[in-house]
Structure formats: structure tokens, C-alpha cells
Design a protein around this ligand. Structure first.
Ligand SMILES: Nc1ncnc2c1ncn2[C@@H]1O[C@H](COP(=O)(O)OP(=O)(O)O)[C@@H](O)[C@H]1O
Ligand SMILES: [Mg+2]
Length: 360
């Protein structure tokens, strides 16, 4: 597990890639040091063209194999074969069930890093492979609701009523039109006022925790995973998510400045852990929008892995137009274009999360 006390940030100690300096503050000249790869045989690759190793063991190998099934000798055939693996039409429960229910907060106060996209697609992939999944949209923009095909126009019963009016989750939850074992608590624009309205409410930071507890003790007792999609801020909504969960999943975009602000996020998690929720920990870091053509993406990935070690999933999510198109159709990329690289990568990331949780 990562040492969450790190890093000790000072404003003028930004290192390469925006990462705060550790020992000596001050600018760090020269090229960015890329540590010797200590990853288990992980090299970013063009997933469609690199040769296959004999036995797929690492996620990247399975992605390659999924994308070029031997029985399919045309690109369309290969995509179709990958799609079948993702969509799992037989409905087999081929991911391990969690040892106990897992509640994950997907948080990063930076906007546009892939929180919502990851929440939606990991949830869809887990649900397609045997889990019952509840997604809670905690962002007033309601992007996760859009991506999961859950109506969320103003006035729709939503997480706002759950947090402010004590309405049970069971009364506002919607079942996915595409995946029966996937449920969404939508967010409407009404939630925009909640940060302020919550301030004067009793037990303001544990409203979500109580609501989830009541749901899983009753009508939601079949839920295996709860994923909470946070807004891009560290306000009362994100605080509610951190109090309600044990695991934080941090998506990190493979871009310049990706690591800036991470120290603040880790400090917030430490504060919540010390004062409100001793079980809280960063369990998972997911590298998103990885572009194999840029050296920068590799540098960011290496930097993140050197600091966070095994917390970082081996699978990285590639930058892909299909991923960004899917919400326009009210879908995850997993259902919109299941044979695409982004979809297969989210399937593999979900598999890693499921496997890790099974051994806890
Ligand atoms: N792997 C990806 N490839 C291409 N575009 C992506 C990818 N992941 C996310 N995006 C796009 O980037 C934007 C920000 O992603 P989003 O998940 O909404 O971030 P956040 O929730 O952290 O603000 C969205 O337009 C989304 O469609
Ligand atoms: Mg979002």
C-alpha cells in the first residue's frame, strides 16, 4: 500500500512533469529521469500489431489476444471476437466475486482526467461479467448519468433528494437500459447547490454513508460494487464520498501537469482517514488517456508507477475517439463499441480490480 503521507509539497518545488519535489525544493534541471522499467513485462504497444507471446499472462497480452483472435482473420472479425469477450453474451460470472461488498470513490479534483469515463466503463464491465453494480453520480453535471443512459433532467428524483431530503436510494435508483445488473443513482443540476445547502445540515459529511448503508441493508443487498463518481473538487460532496467508502480509485491522465494537485488529494484522504473514516485508503490508481505515440505519456506512467507501485493497475486506458464518442449515445464504450481498444482496456482494468478485491 502506498505511503499516503507523501509528498511534502511546497509551492515552488515542482519537479519534472509537475510532480512536487521530495527532498530539496527548487527547480529540477535537465531531462526527466525515466526509471529503469521495473514493471512486469509491461511495454506500451500498438495493441493491434505487436506479436503475441505464447501464453497470455499480463493484461496487455490478453488485450492483444482479444483484439486478434486466431479464428478471425479480418479486422472486422477480430473486433467482433473482442466484442464477444467484452459483452460476455453467455452471462458467465468469469470475474471473481469480491470477498465482501466493495465501495469505491472515484476521485481527483482535477477535471477531465477520466473519472466519469472510468466510473461508467468499469461499472459496465464489472456488471457484464457477473457483478451487480451501483453507480452513484455525485457530480452536478450528471455526466455519469448520461453515460449510463439514466435520465437526469432537473426535477428527476436523484442523489440530491437522497442527500438533502432523506429520500432512500431505492426510490431514485434507475436500472441501466443495456445491462440489467447495473444501476444508477442519477445526478441533476439541482446538486449544484448541494455543496452550500449541506453546510447547515446535521451530519453533513455522512449523509451518503447512511444512505448507502440503508440501501445495502435492504433492497440493495445484492450489490457487489458501489462506484461513486465525484465532482472535480474537494468539497462536501467528495467528502461525503470519502466518508462512505473504504477505497479511493484515482484516475490519472497521462499528460503534463497530471500529477499536480495529487499531493492535495492525498492530504485530504489522510485527513478524512485520521478524523472521519479510518478505513479509507487509496486502493487503485488508473492511468487514463494513454497515447503510445508520445514519450511524455511513458514518462508520466513511469513517474506514477515509481511513486505508487502496485497500487497502479497494469492496464492503462488508451486515448481513443470511441471512448469519447460513447456518452453522446447514452452509453459506455463497453456497450457502444465493445470491440474497440478502449472497451477492451476497460474490461482488463475491471478484471484487475475484481481479481485484487477477491484476494483481500
Ligand atoms: N480514453 C479516452 N480517450 C479519449 N477521450 C477520453 C478518454 N477518457 C476520457 N475521455 C474524454 O475526456 C473528457 C473528460 O473525461 P471525463 O471522464 O469526463 O473526466 P472527469 O470526469 O475526470 O472530468 C471527456 O470528454 C471524455 O469523453
Ligand atoms: Mg466527471
Amino acid at each position: 500500500m502506498t505511503d499516503l503521507g507523501w509528498p511534502h509539497t511546497t509551492p515552488d518545488s515542482a519537479g519534472p512533469l509537475g510532480w512536487p519535489g521530495r527532498d530539496k525544493p527548487g527547480p529540477v534541471p535537465g531531462p526527466v529521469p525515466v526509471p529503469e522499467p521495473s514493471l512486469p513485462d509491461y511495454r506500451p504497444v500498438d495493441l493491434a500489431t505487436d506479436p503475441l507471446p505464447p501464453a497470455p499472462s499480463e493484461p496487455v497480452d490478453r488485450i492483444r489476444q482479444a483484439l486478434r483472435d486466431e479464428s478471425a482473420d479480418t479486422p472486422i472479425g477480430q473486433a467482433a471476437a473482442a466484442a464477444v469477450r467484452v459483452m460476455n453474451p453467455s452471462g458467465s460470472h468469469d470475474f471473481p466475486k469480491p470477498a465482501r461488498r466493495r465501495i469505491l470513490t472515484v476521485a481527483n479534483q482535477k477535471g477531465g482526467v477520466g473519472k466519469t469515463t472510468s466510473t461508467v466503463n468499469l461499472a459496465a464491465a464489472l456488471a457484464l461479467h457477473g457483478a451487480t453494480v451501483l453507480v452513484i453520480d455525485l457530480d452536478p453535471q450528471g455526466n455519469a448519468s448520461t453515460g449510463l443512459g439514466a435520465p437526469h433532467s432537473s426535477g428527476t428524483p436523484s442523489i440530491y433528494e437522497v442527500l438533502l431530503d432523506n429520500v432512500p436510494i431505492a426510490d431514485v435508483v434507475q436500472t441501466s437500459p443495456d445491462i440489467p445488473s447495473l444501476r444508477t443513482v442519477p445526478a441533476t443540476i439541482d446538486l449544484a447547490g448541494a455543496e452550500i445547502e449541506l453546510v447547515s445540515v446535521v451530519a453533513r459529511e455522512s449523509r451518503l454513508q447512511r444512505a448507502i448503508a440503508a440501501y445495502v441493508d435492504g433492497p440493495g443487498s445484492d450489490v457487489d460494487f458501489v462506484l461513486v463518481d465525484c465532482p472535480p473538487s474537494l468539497g462536501l460532496l467528495t467528502l461525503n464520498a470519502m466518508v462512505a467508502t473504504e477505497e479511493v480509485l484515482i484516475p490519472i491522465q497521462c499528460e503534463y501537469y497530471a500529477l499536480e494537485g495529487l499531493g492535495q488529494l492525498l492530504k485530504t484522504i489522510e485527513l478524512v482517514k485520521a478524523n472521519l473514516n479510518p478505513r479509507l485508503a487509496v486502493s487503485t490508481i488508473l492511468l487514463t488517456m494513454y497515447d503510445a505515440r508520445t514519450r511524455l505519456a511513458d514518462q508520466v506512467a513511469a513517474e506514477v508507477r515509481s511513486h505508487f507501485g502496485d497500487t497502479v493497475l497494469t492496464t492503462m486506458i488508451p486515448r481513443s475517439v470511441r471512448v469519447s464518442e460513447a456518452p453522446g449515445y447514452g452509453q459506455s464504450v463497453v456497450t457502444y463499441d465493445p470491440g474497440s481498444r478502449g472497451s477492451v482496456a476497460y474490461l482488463e482494468a475491471a478484471r484487475e480490480i475484481a481479481v485484487r478485491g477477491a484476494s483481500i
